[in-house]
Design a protein around this ligand. Structure first.
Ligand code: ZN
Length: 169
């Protein structure tokens, strides 16, 4: 078990587009294990590789719902989306801040699992939102990029005043 430090807003790694995984080797398998360990320790429902400082298109998720098994997605893509949901969202990289974010209500995500098998996930509710949030991370997008400019400004001001955000430029 290896816990990794979760990178916080202000760390440039959170703002980069991550490259695809070309080979599911020992390094990627260790990354997945670390992501799972760190996500559970932090009691999150999803964690993407850049959040522990690794530029790779990989995330893990576990929304703790009986109908949705936990898992990993490598090189994920949202291939279908429909409807709209507006719910409060947070992020382990921006502790203590939440805001209502508009997302697609239902999505279909595709990618690979840790054994290189194709995965197709049809999701609604919390899992749908989680998958969209995590795919965003791999493109350097954070949840507050999807709220109005005014709300984003308020969130950043709140963050700058928080213990984590102190020193953020
Ligand atoms: Zn996040």
């Amino acid at each position: 078990m290896a816990l990794r430090q979760i990178r916080l807003l202000g760390d440039p790694v959170l703002r980069e587009r991550c490259p695809e995984v070309t080979d599911i080797d020992q390094e990627i398998l260790a990354l997945i294990q670390d992501l799972q360990d760190t996500m559970y320790e932090a009691e999150g429902i999803g964690l993407a590789a850049p959040q522990i400082g690794v530029r790779r298109r990989v995330f893990v998720y576990d929304v703790r719902e009986d109908e949705h098994a936990p898992g990993v997605l490598i090189n994920p893509r949202i291939v279908e989306s429909e409807g709209v949901i507006r719910e409060s969202e947070g992020c382990l990289s921006i502790p203590d801040l939440t805001e209502v974010v508009e997302r697609s209500a239902r999505v279909v995500a595709e990618g690979l699992d840790e054994e290189g098998r194709s995965v197709r996930l049809e999701a609604d509710g919390l899992l749908s939102r989680c998958l969209q949030h995590e795919v965003d991370h791999l493109d350097g997008i954070l949840f507050f990029d999807r709220v109005s400019p005014l709300k984003r400004k308020m969130l950043l001001a709140k963050w700058a005043k928080s213990e984590h955000g102190a020193g953020l430029k």
